[in-house]
Design a protein around this ligand. Structure first.
Ligand SMILES: Cc1cc2nc3c(=O)[nH]c(=O)nc-3n(C[C@H](O)[C@H](O)[C@H](O)COP(=O)(O)OP(=O)(O)OC[C@H]3O[C@@H](n4cnc5c(N)ncnc54)[C@H](O)[C@@H]3O)c2cc1C
Length: 606
């Protein structure tokens, strides 16, 4: 048997974004030994890209805000298939987590009297997003990293976990390779927290970075955990559409929060045409009122551009399909128009949206203080993920926890902007706390050599196949998958197309079993991509099967063949689980009855 470099920790956290760092900090503070593993360098996780802010009912800008309003907004946004207990904990605990971040050194934008400033965002009734210009994620990561490194956490950078190791039902470790030298590593742990982020790289047009290949979703699934809500993939309405090399890069909702408007090629603000009934009472019915809202007028209602992301994305798709799009297949997002309202608009835009200003200047040669941007939907976030207990974040597999984007429940059918960063803090902390508790009560498990050897063999197969006649490289398979998911399981879905996608996924599994790479194991991106493929295929299959099963339109899932909401589907989550024969089983899991006091909150908040 081969000898692998082995590390031992009480708690192993896989992923060093906001959720992983917060979990590691908490577990370490509880006095257990903690290992933190990440694919890239510490501080480079996806969280760093977050722009708009952290949602928390601090009530610094509008005193009417409180946890109840935040809870009701989150449930309405999620179309009531959220895990209500998670939504409750999140709304109640987010303010304390943001203040804690401030105490650890995060520099937030400020109100004139020195409190944390909060901005408007889609689906939030009041200004709620604590932010640092449009670079909030950077500040969050920097603060958590600074705090964490002083706590004695062992950080393992540029390490990719490819399998979880089990003893009976329980997880006892992880098998990984280091990207630099291609050597294998074994991690022994009493408890493991998955915090690996999302799945955006399963689609061609995405705001997500190369790291988002659904690894944690897939690791959890293959270890026996259930994935829920996978049909709910969030397409953010505003990604860049031009030039092609930057297609999909995010244009923050903060642009609309600061007064930016969406227009079609007829110069019409089309969002006023289609305001859903359940948002009518909260939405402005004229442009002037919408503008006043963005400027803090508490008597004004939000402009329709700040409706939930699923709705805005579909409205953009409709405009483009019906021939009213911009030259490169999007619509116009215009913030420059505010010069009619503000004398210092140019400076104001540069101060409030510095990254957006530079992004468009440098990547598209557009000055957003003078010209409109061209934007269209981009795959952004997955509401679905590992099913966890709301309080402890433990999955159905003993010792396996999950937090952040790779866990599911809080968002239901659609996530409100800003609710992810607060989710990472609230549930990252909880996962760390409960993982430490679990680890304290149990001894290290036994690592099974057969599992190690099988994982090593699988990982090395692409080298051993050689470039024979039926072998192929990994990149074309990845691209074919991304194009197929974009086209057949995208913003607008139909059963026949998704069945075709399932057949396509089957063929891509076949091709993946013949994938071959050349070269050696040191920094070999072809090899890394080959190892990402099974994860991408697993999550794509989960998305497709779940989307077929939910025969209705709700939140991020729009079915052309079932365009209405079906109350029966409002009572269930769709889950997938690995069956004993290795196939993916689809289940309808009833949503527990909401307690009367939470029902009352929703009724009161309208
Ligand atoms: C451009 C952009 C802007 C956004 N803006 C906002 C915003 O303003 N507000 C908001 O609330 N949300 C925002 N979001 C969403 C939010 O940023 C993410 O949902 C969130 O950061 C996810 O955090 P995480 O900790 O779950 O994962 P991440 O921050 O992605 O961290 C994942 C970690 O897991 C590691 N990893 C992955 N796979 C493996 C593996 N196999 N082995 C080892 N390590 C692994 C990665 O290296 C990384 O360290 C934005 C997203 C994008 C893309």
């Amino acid at each position: 048997m081969a000898e692998y470099q082995t590390f031992e920790h009480d708690v192993l956290v896989i992923g060093a974004g906001g959720a992983g760092l917060r979990a590691a900090i908490e577990a370490s503070a509880a006095g257990v030994s903690v290992g933190l593993v990440c694919k890239s360098l510490l501080g480079k996780a996806h969280t760093v890209m977050a722009e708009g802010g952290i949602a928390a009912a601090l009530a610094n800008v509008d005193e009417r805000d409180n946890w109840k309003v935040h809870f009701a907004d989150t449930m309405r946004g999620g179309q009531y298939v959220n895990n209500w207990r998670m939504a409750e904990l999140h709304a109640k605990e987010a303010p304390a987590r943001v203040r804690e971040l401030e105490a650890w050194g995060a520099v937030f934008d400020r109100t004139p009297d020195g409190r944390i400033l909060q901005r408007n965002f889609g689906g939030h009734k009041y200004p709620r997003l604590a932010h640092v210009g449009d670079r909030t994620g950077l500040e969050m990561i920097r603060t958590l990293q600074d705090h964490g490194v002083h706590q004695g956490i062992d950080v393992h950078m540029e390490i990719t976990v490819v399998a979880l190791l089990k003893e009976g039902d329980r997880v006892v470790g992880a098998f990984a390779y280091d990207r630099e030298r291609g050597r294998f590593r074994v991690f022994k742990a009493k408890a493991i927290v998955l915090a690996t982020g999302g799945i955006g790289r399963a689609y061609r047009i995405t705001s997500n970075s190369w790291e988002y290949t659904g690894d944690g979703h897939s690791l959890g699934y293959h270890a026996g955990a259930e994935l829920i809500d996978m049909e709910f993939v969030q397409f953010h309405p505003t990604g860049m559409v031009w030039p092609p090399s930057v297609e999909g890069i995010l244009v923050t909702e903060g642009v609309r929060g600061e007064g930016g408007v969406l227009k079609n090629s007829l110069d019409k603000r089309f969002m006023f045409d289609d305001i859903p009934d359940n948002y009518k009472s909260q939405t402005a019915d004229n442009e002037e009122e919408g503008w006043r809202y963005t400027q803090g007028d508490k008597n004004a209602r939000r402009p329709p551009e700040l409706l939930t992301r699923d709705h805005v994305s579909r409205a953009i798709v409709r405009e483009v399909k019906e021939g009213r799009g911009s030259p490169h297949g999007g619509v116009y997002l215009d913030i420059s128009w505010i010069k009619k309202k503000l004398s210092n608009s140019e400076d104001h835009i540069k101060r409030k949206l510095p990254s957006m200003y530079h992004q468009f200047q440098q990547l598209a040669d557009i000055d957003i203080t003078q010209q409109p941007m061209e934007v269209g939907p981009t795959t952004h976030y997955v509401m679905g993920g590992i099913r966890v207990d709301a309080d402890s974040q433990m999955s159905g597999v003993p010792g396996l926890f999950a937090a952040g984007e790779c866990a599911a429940g809080i968002n239901g059918a659609n996530r409100l902007g800003g609710n992810s960063l607060s989710d990472l803090l609230v549930f990252g902390k909880r996962a760390g706390e409960y993982a430490a508790q679990f680890a304290r009560d149990i001894s290290q498990g036994q690592i099974d050599n057969a599992q190690l050897e099988a994982a090593a063999r699988r990982a090395l197969e692409p080298f051993e196949r050689g470039m024979g006649s039926d072998a192929e490289g990994p990149y074309k398979i990845q691209l074919d998958l991304q194009e197929m998911m974009q086209e057949l399981v995208g913003i607008v879905r139909r059963e026949d197309e998704m069945q075709r996608a399932l057949e396509g996924i089957g063929r891509l599994w076949q091709r993946t079993s013949r994938v071959a790479v050349t070269g050696n194991r040191e920094y070999n991106p072809g090899w890394h991509t080959a190892l990402d493929l099974p994860n991408l295929l697993t999550v794509s299959e989960a998305v497709t099967r779940s989307a077929i099963e939910r025969k209705e339109s709700r939140g991020a899932q729009f079915r052309e063949d079932y365009p209405e909401k079906d109350p029966e589907f409002g009572k269930v989550n769709i889950a997938v689980k690995r069956d004993s024969d290795g196939t993916m089983k689809v289940l309808r899991v009833p949503i527990p009855e909401m307690p009367p006091e939470l029902k009352q909150v929703i009724e009161e908040m309208g």
